[in-house]
Write a protein that binds this ligand. Structure first.
Ligand SMILES: *[C@@H]1O[C@H](CO)[C@@H](O)[C@H](O)[C@H]1NC(C)=O
Ligand SMILES: *[C@@H]1O[C@H](CO)[C@@H](O)[C@H](O)[C@H]1NC(C)=O
Ligand SMILES: *[C@@H]1O[C@H](CO)[C@@H](O)[C@H](O)[C@H]1NC(C)=O
Length: 389
């Protein structure tokens, strides 16, 4: 059934959520022009699934924390519910990030589906309506991260995620992923023969997202659309001039739609092809600088070859915990950021700890206007203390 038919239900459930607890108000009418603009002079701080190092991933609070901590973009994965509503969730199944197993009434929803060539078993988002999903609560995925927020926050919709960015006190971009488009189109149907990608684009257009990279429209509401599926990117490039970014998985993984290997999609010929559609690539960082036994090896030439074609490079994922820091970084996430920004020369970084990347960048390359405003602040403080004195 089409999402249009369910629009009233979504609206009601949003109202219900808002009435109970005004967590995510819909976009305010505040003039965007008055807001502090997106910084464009240093690599982008992309808050991977929100500040998911601290709070359950892809939740309202995780995104709001990332905004407080200095994110340029909040990043999210967009999947489809049984009734065709787009929601923020990384995994096709709910098992690792929600309390679904504690809900007896959903015990019979466990399924096995073929996903990218192998069987996956669990509670699939595509088998739940939005109303059902809203009864679940999220939890921390990783057992060594803070669990105090488990059971508190609901899954949010793509529209609620957009609202959080638009309501931020400064210009904050969004960075949504067309996640598992092959699976979504196989398991969820929309009216009028529309595809998942169409619904995804309609949502962005509804909230006024448009414009090519760095255009006036884009700077007002910055957005990158990302996907691992090249055919989905080519398809939406026909619907929008919003900048697109091609994600590249580990060397052992083939593309979900075109079944191409890592070496095929990182070849010169393929970069020459895909650069007609995208402004950049998003590779898994350990493929750009291979790692053996936690030691860095010589970097590949992928960044140089991408830059030679005017493609940005936004690798993923940077994480503070010692277990993720390769030995050359001496257990210091600032050293990892220094290496990737100053030695490898990337243009954006997907991080689980937006606050750390922000503090690193503020210390190493403060924004000119931030500096000026802090000087003005000091002068104002001096003047006012003089006046008061
Ligand atoms: C997936 O599960 C089905 C049903 O149990 C089985 O027939 C099929 O061989 C499995 N496929 C793979 C790739 O494991
Ligand atoms: C782009 O749109 C045109 C006109 O609607 C259509 O004929 C063409 O097949 C589309 N191309 C892709 C790659 O979807
Ligand atoms: C993907 O390509 C490999 C060879 O590169 C082939 O063996 C396999 O059958 C293909 N899978 C699909 C789903 O087309």
């Amino acid at each position: 059934m089409g999402s249009r038919c369910f629009a009233p239900i979504i609206f009601l459930s949003l109202v219900a959520v808002c009435a109970a607890r005004p967590l995510y108000p819909l976009p305010s009418k505040l003039a965007q022009g008055a807001k502090q603009p997106l910084q464009t002079s240093r690599p982008y701080n992309i808050a991977h699934r929100g500040s998911n190092g601290e709070l359950p991933e892809e939740t309202g609070p995780a995104y709001m924390r990332a905004i407080e901590e200095g994110a340029d973009f909040i990043e999210g994965d967009i999947l489809a519910t049984k009734d065709g509503v787009l929601v923020c969730a990384h995994d096709l199944i709910l098992d690792d990030t929600t309390d679904v197993k504690e809900h007896k009434k959903f015990a019979d929803r466990k399924r096995t589906y073929m996903v990218q060539g192998s069987n996956m078993t669990g509670y699939f988002i595509a088998d739940f309506t939005l109303e059902e999903l809203k009864t679940l609560r999220t939890k921390q995925r990783l057992d060594f991260r803070d669990k105090q927020y488990n059971g508190k926050y609901p899954i949010i919709t793509f529209e609620e995620y957009i609202s959080i960015a638009l309501d931020a006190p400064r210009v904050v971009g969004i960075y949504p992923e067309m996640k598992n488009p092959v699976f979504n189109n196989e398991h969820v149907k929309w009216s009028g023969g529309r595809r998942y990608e169409d619904i995804f684009m309609e949502t962005l257009q509804k909230y006024g997202y448009k414009g090519s990279y760095l255009s006036k429209d884009w700077l007002k509401q910055p957005v990158f659309i990302q996907s691992f599926a090249p055919t989905s990117l080519v398809y939406v490039s026909n619907l929008t001039d919003i900048p697109l970014l091609f994600l590249i998985d580990d060397v052992t993984v083939v593309t979900e739609d075109t079944n191409q290997t890592y070496s095929e999609i990182t070849s010169d010929a393929y970069l020459n092809y895909i650069k007609n559609y995208v402004v950049g690539i998003g590779p898994w960082k350990d493929t750009v600088v291979p790692v053996v036994n936690e030691y860095l090896q010589a970097p590949t030439d992928l960044v140089a070859r991408a830059h030679a074609r005017n493609l940005q490079v936004h690798p993923y994922t940077y994480r503070n915990e010692n277990k993720y820091l390769h030995f050359e970084f001496h257990q210091d996430p600032y050293q990892e950021y220094d290496y990737w920004i100053n030695k490898i020369g990337v243009d954006g970084l997907f991080t689980d700890f937006t606050g750390s990347l922000h503090r690193y960048q503020e210390a190493s390359s403060p924004l000119p206007n931030a500096k000026a405003s802090s000087v003005l602040h000091k002068i104002a403080a001096l003047v006012s203390s003089y006046k008061n004195g």
